[in-house]
Write a protein that binds this ligand. Structure first.
Ligand SMILES: *[C@@H]1O[C@H](CO)[C@@H](O)[C@H](O)[C@H]1NC(C)=O
Ligand SMILES: *[C@@H]1O[C@H](CO)[C@@H](O)[C@H](O)[C@H]1NC(C)=O
Ligand SMILES: *[C@@H]1O[C@H](CO)[C@@H](O)[C@H](O)[C@H]1NC(C)=O
Length: 155
């Protein structure tokens, strides 16, 4: 009987670690679409950026203290008008990183009216397909004196 109890106890532990393992998936690679506003500063020309960022470790792309290296950033749009950003939705689009890798996506026009984390279709970097989701517009990393807001992500 004691042996049986031990068996159930270790089975429960196994079940717990099996439940915990999906969290490991967040350590995989991810691609994020961000809108970034300038930190500001007198006399400095201000730009509002829309960028695609590759994170080998997806959690870095949600880390406020992280600054992606320029090789992992593809600038999709630059605007000198306050809060004017690239329109990410409504057509098949792509951006080519300094490394030569091209990421492509096709987000439905109504994606921003969907709930947070809804599916927005797939994206591809030419090596594999990624599942795209609407993000929650919270703050992500900084890039080149801009703070970035999370608009979409692909994992
Ligand atoms: C991803 O980030 C986590 C948390 O900082 C770290 O423990 C892990 O080693 C990183 N993985 C890779 C592949 O860089
Ligand atoms: C966030 O990024 C900073 C700077 O790269 C790093 O020191 C810190 O460990 C990261 N935090 C997490 C939770 O990964
Ligand atoms: C998405 O999440 C953000 C941050 O938690 C929240 O402010 C916003 O209302 C949410 N949007 C929707 C459509 O649920």
């Amino acid at each position: 009987m004691v042996g049986l109890m031990k068996f159930f106890a270790s089975a429960a532990l196994l079940a717990q670690s099996a439940l915990a393992s999906p969290a490991l998936a967040t350590r995989g690679e991810g691609i994020h679409l961000f809108n970034c506003r300038p930190f500001g500063g007198a006399g400095v020309p201000q730009t509002w950026l829309s960028i695609v960022v590759y994170c080998a470790n997806d959690s870095d792309c949600s880390n406020l203290s992280y600054s992606p290296p320029s090789d992992n950033v593809c600038v999709k749009g630059t605007s000198s008008s306050s809060e004017v950003y690239h329109i990410w939705e409504g057509s098949s689009q792509s951006c080519t990183f300094p490394t030569g890798v091209t990421f492509s996506w096709n987000i439905p026009s109504n994606a921003q009216s969907q709930p947070n984390y809804s599916s927005v279709g797939s994206g591809s970097n030419g090596y594999r397909s990624f599942a795209g989701h609407k993000d929650d517009h919270t703050a992500g990393p900084s890039y080149n004196y801009h703070s970035c807001e999370k608009v979409y992500y692909y994992v």
